[in-house]
Design a protein. Structure first.
Lengths: 257, 426
C-alpha cells in the first residue's frame, strides 16, 4: 500500500500512511456498541454508507479540479521541492535538521495553544503552554525538545479543528496547491491560522524584515523534509480516493479528540 | 493533510524519546498470533538498530517495453527503482518487492539499510504486480505467470546493472525478496544458474509463497470469511474502526500512528481475531484491485472498464473502484489472466499457469544449491503446514523457520535482521 532520499531520517514515520489506514481498521477491534460514524453531528438516521466511512460517499463535488491540483502538487513535489530537500539533506547534518524541525515545531505550539484555549481544553492548553515554555528556554529557543522527554506529548490543534469543535461541518473535500488535501472548513482554518501568525508576529519580522529571507524558505524545506509522504508511493491507481478517505476521517477524529 | 502530516512528523520526536527511554528488549519477537503479527509488525523495542543517514537515490529508467500509457495510469510513470551504493568496491544485492509494492516501499528501505550495513550496494526493484512495472517493464502486462514475470524481472536487473555509475565497482551479486518477490527470487536464481549473467553468491527468500495460487486463495478466504457483507461491508467496518479509535483516545491514549500505538492497542483491547484477519484480507485485496485495474486498462480487457470508455487523466475512478475491489483472485485468474494467455495466438492452459508458480517445481535446484536460504514463520498465514514442511525439508539447514512472526511481522526485528546480515556476510 503508501509516502523519500535520505530515507534514514524517517525511521518511525515511514510507514505512517499505511499504518494510519491499518489503525483505522484495527480500531474495528475495540468492542462495545459500534458507533456508526466518528462525526457526532451526523444524524442517527443517516446510514453508514452515507458517512465518510464510505470512501465513495465523501462530499467531493470539485473532484475534477481537485485531481488536477493533486497532479500539480505531485509534479511540483517531484521536480521542485524534493530536489531542494535533497540538497538540504546532503549539506545539513542530521542533528541540525532535527534542530530546525524542533524550532518550527515549537513556533507551531503558539497556534496549538491559541486553538486549545478557543476550544476551552484546559489539559491541552496547559501541556502546550508548558511545552512552549520548557522548549523555548531549556530547549534553547526551541532547537531541542526536552518537553517530550519529560512526558509532555505534543498536542495538535488548529483553527479547522476549532471550527469543527463548534459544529462547523467539514464541507467539500478540497485539494490546495502546495498544501495538499484539505476541506473547505480546513482551508478557512488554515488561512486564519496563517493570519494569526502574521498578526502576532512572534519573530518580530516587522522590526527585522531581513529575518523573513531565511525563515520562509527554511519553513517550506523543513516542512517537506519532515513530512513522510511521497506522491504515488502507494502505487495505487486509487491513491486520490484513498488519501481523501484517510484525510477526511483523520480530521474528523482530530475534531472529536 | 498538513496537520495529518504534522502529526506523523511528530512521530519522529516520539520515536527519539522512546529510544532514549527504552530498556533493551529481551529479544524474542513478542506477538503470539500470526495474523496480529502480520498487521502490527515489530514494536520499537524489538526493532533492529540500522544506519540512518544513507544516500538513497530514486532512479528512473527508460521504459524497457514499447507501450502507450493510458492517461489514467500515467502517475505510474516513470519506471523507478531505489538504490544505495557503497563508495568502495562492493557486491550488489537486488531486492525484489512483494505483491503490489513499488520500489519506494518501506520494506525496501529497511532491507537496503540492513544490507548496506554489511557492505552491500543495494538496488530494490518494484514487483511485477505493481502498475509501474506493468507499464514500464512487463512484456506481458497481466502479471501472474511466473515464467514471464521472472523473465521481465531478469531484464530489469540487467538494466539496473547498466544504470550504475562508472565509479561504482561491483564485485559480485546477491539476491533477496519478500513474499511473492521471494518466490520470484528463487526462480530468478535458477534461471541465472543456467544463463550465468550474475552468478549470485547468496540468495535469501523472505517469507516466500510456496504455491502462489494457494497462498493468494488463503488471502481471499481471510476476506470472504471475516468481513461481514464482503466489499459492501467496508463502510461499516471502517466506521467500527473509527469508533474503536475514538474509544482509545477517550481512554487517554493520544492518537499516534506507529507500530507501538498498534501494539498497545492490540495488547490493551484484545481485538477480535476475525477483524485482524479482515484487515489482512483487505490490504491484500487493495493490491489485487490495483493490479486488476491496471491490467484491465492496459490490455483493454473490458472486465472492469468498458472497452469503449476513454478514461481521461483527471476523471473520477469512483465507478470502477467497487468493481476493482470486488475482483477476487479467482476472478482475476478466470477473467483476466487466463483469457490474456489464450488470445492473440497464445495458448497456455490454466493448469500450466498454476503449476508453473510453485517452488516445488524447482525443488531439485533448491536442494542442490548451498547458497540459497529461506526465512519464514511457522504461523505465516500465507503458508499451510505442508508448505512449511516442504521448506524445512528442501532447504534443510538453510531454512530459518521461527515459531512466531506471521507474514513478515518480525522482518525488522533485531533477531531477524541479525540472521539476515549473518547470511549475507562473506
Amino acid at each position: 500500500m503508501i509516502a523519500m532520499t535520505r530515507f534514514g531520517c524517517m525511521h518511525a514515520r515511514q510507514r505512517g500512511a499505511l499504518i494510519l489506514v491499518l489503525t483505522l481498521l484495527l480500531g474495528a477491534c475495540a468492542s462495545t456498541p459500534p458507533p456508526r460514524t466518528v462525526d457526532e453531528s451526523t444524524p442517527d438516521d443517516v446510514p453508514v454508507t452515507a458517512t465518510t466511512a464510505n470512501p465513495l460517499a465523501i462530499n467531493d463535488p470539485w473532484e475534477g479540479f481537485n485531481r488536477r491540483v493533486y497532479r500539480f502538487n505531485a509534479l511540483a513535489d517531484r521536480y521542485a521541492l524534493m530536489p531542494v530537500v535533497q540538497v538540504y539533506r546532503t549539506v545539513t547534518p542530521g542533528f541540525a535538521r532535527t534542530g530546525v524541525q524542533n524550532f518550527f515545531s515549537n513556533l507551531g505550539e503558539i497556534n496549538t495553544f491559541a486553538n486549545s484555549v478557543l476550544q476551552i481544553k484546559p489539559a491541552s492548553s496547559a501541556v502546550t503552554l508548558s511545552r512552549f515554555v520548557v522548549n523555548s528556554t531549556v530547549g534553547l529557543a526551541g532547537l531541542f525538545d526536552p518537553a517530550t522527554a519529560l512526558g509532555l506529548e505534543q498536542r495538535n490543534e488548529d483553527l479547522g479543528q476549532t471550527l469543527g469543535h463548534y459544529g462547523v461541518g467539514a464541507g467539500p473535500y478540497l485539494v490546495l496547491p502546495f498544501f495538499g488535501p484539505s476541506s473547505l472548513r480546513d482551508s478557512v482554518g488554515l488561512a486564519g491560522d496563517q493570519a494569526f501568525f502574521y498578526v502576532l508576529d512572534p519573530l518580530q519580522f516587522d522590526e527585522h524584515p531581513w529575518a523573513r529571507v531565511p525563515y520562509w524558505p527554511l519553513y517550506v524545506i523543513n516542512k517537506r523534509d519532515t513530512v513522510n509522504f511521497r506522491y504515488y508511493q502507494t502505487g495505487s491507481p486509487f491513491e486520490y480516493t484513498l488519501v481523501r478517505l484517510v484525510y477526511m476521517n483523520y480530521r474528523a477524529l482530530q475534531v472529536e479528540e | 493533510m498538513r496537520s495529518l502530516l504534522r502529526a506523523l512528523g511528530a512521530l519522529g520526536l516520539l520515536a527519539t524519546a522512546l529510544v532514549v527511554s527504552a530498556q533493551p528488549a529481551s529479544g524474542t519477537y513478542p506477538i503470539e498470533d500470526g495474523l496480529a503479527a502480520t498487521v502490527i509488525g515489530t514494536p520499537a523495542d524489538y526493532k533492529a538498530d540500522l544506519p540512518e543517514d544513507l544516500d538513497f537515490e530514486v532512479r528512473s529508467l527508460e521504459p524497457l517495453v514499447e507501450r502507450d500509457t493510458p492517461p489514467t495510469l500515467r502517475y505510474a510513470r516513470p519506471l523507478q527503482y531505489l538504490r544505495v551504493t557503497q563508495d568502495e568496491p562492493a557486491p550488489l544485492a537486488f531486492v525484489i518487492a512483494g505483491t503490489g509494492a513499488s520500489a519506494l516501499s518501506s520494506k525496501c528501505v529497511m532491507l537496503s539499510r540492513a544490507l548496506y550495513d554489511v557492505g552491500y550496494s543495494v538496488a530494490c526493484l518494484p514487483s511485477p504486480t505493481s502498475v509501474t512495472f506493468m507499464l514500464g517493464a512487463a512484456e506481458h502486462p497481466v502479471p501472474g505467470r511466473m515464467r514471464t514475470d521472472v523473465a521481465d524481472l531478469y531484464r530489469l536487473m540487467g538494466a539496473v546493472r547498466d544504470d550504475l555509475d562508472e565509479q561504482t565497482q561491483v564485485t559480485g551479486y546477491a539476491l533477496t525478496g519478500w513474499s511473492l518477490g521471494a518466490t520470484q527470487a528463487a526462480f530468478i536464481a535458477r534461471h541465472d544458474a543456467r544463463v550465468g549473467t550474475f552468478g549470485f553468491s547468496k540468495v535469501l527468500l523472505l517469507n516466500p509463497a510456496v504455491n502462489i495460487w494457494a497462498s493468494v486463495q488463503r488471502m481471499d478466504a481471510l476476506l470472504a470469511e471475516n468481513l461481514d457483507g464482503g466489499i459492501d461491508g467496508i463502510p461499516a467496518f471502517v466506521a467500527r474502526g473509527l469508533g474503536g479509535l475514538k474509544q482509545l483516545y477517550a481512554s487517554g491514549d493520544p492518537l499516534r500512528f506507529n507500530e507501538d500505538f498498534l501494539y498497545r492497542a492490540y495488547t490493551s483491547q484484545s481485538p477480535d481475531r476475525a477483524d485482524i484477519a479482515a484487515i489482512i484480507g483487505l490490504a491484500f485485496r487493495l493490491s489485487l484491485a490495483n493490479m486488476a485495474f491496471g491490467a484491465d486498462v492496459i490490455t483493454r480487457a473490458d472486465v472492469i472498464v468498458p472497452r469503449d470508455e476513454e478514461l481521461g487523466p483527471y476523471d473520477s475512478l469512483d465507478p470502477y473502484i467497487q468493481r476493482s475491489f470486488k475482483t477476487s483472485f479467482a476472478a482475476y485468474i478466470d477473467r483476466l489472466l487466463v483469457p490474456y494467455w489464450n488470445r492473440d495466438g497464445r495458448h497456455v492452459p490454466r493448469e500450466r499457469l498454476i503449476a508453473e508458480a510453485d517452488l516445488r517445481a524447482i525443488r531439485e535446484f533448491i536442494v542442490d544449491n548451498p547458497d540459497i536460504g529461506v526465512f519464514t514463520s511457522a504461523d505465516d498465514p500465507i503458508l499451510s503446514d505442508d508448505e512449511i514442511d516442504f521448506l524445512r525439508d528442501s532447504f534443510g539447514e538453510r531454512a530459518r523457520i521461527r515459531a512466531r512472526g506471521g507474514h513478515m511481522g518480525n522482518l525488522s526485528s533485531q533477531n531477524t535482521v541479525r540472521a539476515l546480515q549473518d547470511f549475507f556476510s562473506p
